[in-house]
Design a protein around this ligand. Sequence first.
Ligand code: ZN
Ligand code: ZN
Length: 464
Amino acid sequence: MNSISFIPGMRQEDLASIIRHFNIVDIYELKKLAREKKIRKLKGFNSKTEMALLRGIKLLESKPGSMPIGIAFDFAAILINQLKAWPQICQVLLVGELRRGVEEVRSIELLVDANIEETIEVINQISLVFIDSIEDAKIKLGTPLGIPLLLHFSSTKSWGNNSILTTGSSKHLQALSSINEGLPVFPEENEVYKYLGLPWIPPEIRETGFEIQIAQENLLPKLIDLKDIKGDLHLHSKWSDGSNTIEEIINKGIKLGYDYITITDHSQSLEIAGGLKSQDLLQQIVEINNLQLRFPQIQILKGAEVDILPDGSLDFTDDILKKLDIVIASVHSHFHMKEIEMTRRITTALKHPLVKILAHPTGRVLGKRPGYNVDIKEIIKTAASNNKILEVNASPDRLDLRDEHLQYAKTQSVKIAINTDAHHIDRMHDMYFGVQTAKRGWQTNEDIVNSWCYEKLKQYLLNI
Ligand SMILES: [Zn+2]
Ligand SMILES: [Zn+2]
């Protein structure tokens, strides 16, 4: 197998063009090129490409037995497309941990409706994977990610029960088997649940078995869904470290069917990310006002992602912040504070009357660093008592707040925004992962402010 067939975080066509241009054969040469800053000289690439490459290679080399969801998902999507291209494969479904939205997965699992012998022939034509072992109705494949890819097989007739079985979790299945030993055979999942006297249960909450009890009591809430999302409140443009103009972001927002977006570039002290000086921000406001006249079909909110300084104060003066529709506060520096100090720093910022949203509240980056030391319950309580909004950062590198924090936030009636924090318009599609995480936290439309219509959101923001 070609050892540089896949690098996490890199687009396949970009990787192929780098390999072609430099005529390289292994990952060490690729790493050397990135370190020597040679890739940025190629048209269409820059220093960010090199950073993404090095991070991807580091992830591959670390082989920790699990992979952040975004990377595993990208790989699964490529495989699914390749499999679907063959007429022998009737149906492919993402199952297992990825379907449930688990943030770091130990394997990629697919359910396939096809003949196993014919599928083996197909697999032998796909260069990204190799066959590790074959059991009755399962093929285990090796991948460049260092985690296995499991192919499960099912006929159309038993697709419903098999997709439940292969999606898991084991505790969910255990709870189901306490109702009825062995799942009944049906082509659709909802028919299986119906037979057991249950409504269809979203995969993201098939975790502890508790969801079955709630479903039996007919108390399962209608969870937030991707199609309910009406806007993205945390987006970076070229003004700071984003890749796109505000106009490009607006057009993408319109394409996604959004009613509103917020431009939230970094503040002045974050020089490494092109943080805006006060004057720049004032100029940006003028630009947004002009763009709003040209794009009346979408509301363009003026915002900023303002650094929370070590003492809990904000990186712009109140005079500047007052001019914005949405002030997002977040920590980007001095990560190594004691828990009590970090908690005080963040709660001080949250209490600031002009702050509306706290972004990526624990600061973790999957596969890279755990969050900073912070008492997250205290943060959630402070948000509750000050009516502030907490973020689910939908970037699959972050997914922060995470599921258990969201469940606690719900008990405190804290409102949540699911934001992509996109630095490139392509990443505005990461909303999918944020919604999955929100589902895992049992969030509904009522909890998620960016599922509300613009008028309701505006009123809520004004009253914070
Ligand atoms: Zn940030
Ligand atoms: Zn951001």
